[in-house]
Design a protein around this ligand. Structure first.
Ligand code: URA
Length: 204
């Protein structure tokens, strides 16, 4: 199954390269599709590639990515065991937040990734990914972080983006608390399905 998923992801990645659904592709080096375990029970979804990611064609490999790697390692969820991608696959100019239109244009690619990987858990890193998946009516990260939302049997948790942690070290504690819950859920050692909220936009 894993080999089939890997090959389906490879084919999908090739398709994304010719995407013209929004203007971002024409302003960046290339599509940053995502990477990791094609059969991972958990997917991490960030905002969009930054400069380093755009240069290297890989998600979360700059400073924020290095911090994410450390958190994953500390939570006993090594990067190679999980799948990491972004809500938009092309770098927004100057690293600005992707617009709702750009996120909506890119969402079909993410949905296809979900359909291939079939994760049990999706972790949304930051407000852009949270708005793209759960709806723009979520006012702040503080109001939703650490909570499980459920869509079509998949548990979804927003948490702070690692770049926010670099700017605001006070977010380290809540993020670590969230990652303990994520780890326990993924490894089946904790109450991963408690406090499920059903508000927000439909995810598919
Ligand atoms: N920030 C993101 O949201 N995604 C990346 O891939 C890198 C930095």
């Amino acid at each position: 199954m894993e080999a089939k998923q890997a090959s389906a992801l490879e084919n999908l990645a090739k398709e994304t390269c010719s995407c013209t659904k929004c203007p971002l592709r024409s302003g960046c080096n290339g599509v940053v599709f995502g990477e990791g375990n094609p059969a991972s029970p958990v997917m991490f979804v960030g905002e969009g590639p930054g400069q380093t990611e755009d240069e290297l064609g890989r998600p979360f490999v700059g400073k924020a990515g290095q911090l994410l790697d450390k958190i994953l390692q500390a939570a006993d969820l090594p990067r190679g065991d999980v799948y990491i991608t972004n809500i938009v696959k092309c770098r927004p100019p100057g690293n600005r937040t992707p617009t709702a239109e750009e996120m909506n244009a890119c969402l079909p690619w993410l949905r296809l990734q979900f359909a291939i990987i079939r994760p049990k858990y999706i972790i949304l890193l930051g407000l852009a990914a949270t708005h793209g998946i759960l709806g723009a009516d979520i006012p702040t990260m503080k109001s939703c972080r650490g909570q499980w939302f459920e869509r079509k049997g998949v548990k979804i948790m927003p948490t702070y983006h690692p770049a926010a942690l670099l700017r605001n070290p006070q977010f380290k504690k809540p993020v670590w608390e969230d990652f303990i819950v994520i780890r326990d859920a993924v490894k089946g050692t904790g109450a991963g399905n408690q406090n499920v909220s059903n508000t927000g936009k439909e995810e598919s």
